[in-house]
Design a protein around this ligand. Structure first.
Ligand code: SAM
Length: 365
């Protein structure tokens, strides 16, 4: 039974018919808290219609390579935090990383995402690796190395990097401080400014359901994403890691995560949004449900098999058992279950696809 209030909130967010941020915030909070089955179906179907009309019923594929589990940070939620003495640390060399990228390319994937803890790797070493990957062929390089000085982001852009992912985690300075030791929201915002100014296709995002986060916080974060015009948004449930200060906290809610994806899609029709590995690592694989809520990206793991379990940001990561040889069938099968077809192109953000002259990346609108 769909309440008038839910219908009204949905229409408000979808048509962006709101006179102030506080009205939009209220409508978003209502959508985030929806649990009635009829209302969730209406929310998710509306989000998918918005996505399909703006960028097509397609799912892009990005190969994830976890290049290092070393980290100098103390994020209270993350298994890689430097205080975790039980973690086994590794760092891939340049040749290993290029080998993973070649493997992805040979499986028809045209984006590689290099992600690591904040390990302080020499910027020149990263630039050389990016340049090597770009020699493989027409493959987009996305980086996710956390906060680094602007001149290093600039060096990597010059070396050929196309995109950068840096989750804001929370736009509330106090909440942000409560989940990170000795880190300020301000410096994260400065990094995101630098990345956008340097011309990266920039992604951000949040976990859903970590300690202290409310629907109001998530609504504020969604408004922030919309205003900043990011090209990519990643959202997945918080999953407690036993060797972190947040070990005893409950996992984030799958329902709220799916609602957040749908609400984000209503606010940002063109954004690339993954069905995250965290959603695939809960009680069941919820990634098809994420696609049915407005997501449109899948990130199969291309890290060397023996290293995957060592990149333990949270327990139970589904990708540990993923078989690279079957990646194409698995992508096709998840896309089909999510009501989409696979787009094997680089799938750049629309504004950048025009600049790059990639016809294959442009959506129908
Ligand atoms: N060091 C880089 C950074 O901080 O952007 C990239 C690696 S970091 C591990 C990637 C993302 O993993 C974080 O932005 C965070 O949102 C997510 N993450 C970390 N711990 C998590 C947990 N326990 N549950 C769910 N997601 C988590």
């Amino acid at each position: 039974m769909i309440r008038e209030a839910a219908r009204y909130a949905l229409a408000r967010v979808k048509t962006r018919n709101h006179s102030s941020d506080s009205e939009l915030r209220k409508a978003l909070m209502l959508l985030l808290e929806i649990s009635d089955p009829d209302e969730t179906v209406l929310l998710c179907e509306t989000a998918c219609t918005v996505r399909n009309e703006s960028s097509g019923a397609r799912m892009a594929v990005r190969a994830l390579v976890e290049t290092s589990s070393l980290c100098n940070n103390d994020c209270y939620y993350c298994g890689l935090n430097r205080g975790n003495k039980k973690a086994h640390r590794y760092k891939l060399g340049r040749e290993d990383i290029v080998c993973c990228a070649k493997d992805a390319f040979s499986h028809g994937i045209r984006t590689v995402v290099l992600q690591s803890g904040e390990d302080g790797t020499h910027a020149g070493e990263v630039a050389d690796t990016i340049a090597d990957i770009k020699k493989i062929g027409d493959i987009a390089v996305t980086l996710s190395f956390g906060e680094r000085p602007r001149h290093e982001y600039a060096l990597w852009k010059e070396a050929g990097a196309d995109r950068y992912l840096l989750r804001i985690e929370s736009t509330d300075p106090e909440l942000y401080a409560s989940m990170h030791r000795n880190r300020k929201l301000e410096s994260r915002l400065e990094c995101l400014d630098a990345l956008q100014e340097l011309g990266y296709q920039t992604g951000s995002g949040i976990m859903i359901g970590f300690p202290g986060q409310t629907a109001g916080h998530i609504a504020d974060d969604l408004i922030f994403f919309t205003k900043r015009g990011f090209e990519m948004i990643g959202m997945g449930p918080f999953i407690p890691h036993p060797d972190t200060p947040f070990a005893r906290a409950p996992s984030g809610s799958v329902r709220t995560t799916l609602n957040a994806i749908a609400a984000a899609r209503l606010c940002m029709p063109n954004v690339w949004m993954p069905a995250t590995t965290a959603l695939g690592s809960m009680d069941k694989d919820w990634r098809p449900d994420a696609l049915r809520s407005g997501a449109n990206v899948l990130m199969p793991n291309f890290s060397p098999q023996e290293k995957r379990k060592l990149y333990s940001i949270y327990p139970g990561k589904r990708c540990i058992g993923e078989r690279t040889a079957l990646v194409q069938q698995e992508c096709e099968s998840i896309a089909r279950a999510g009501g989409l077809t696979v787009d094997w192109s680089r799938a750049d953000a629309p504004a950048f696809a025009v600049t790059l002259g990639k016809a294959s990346s442009a959506g129908p609108a």
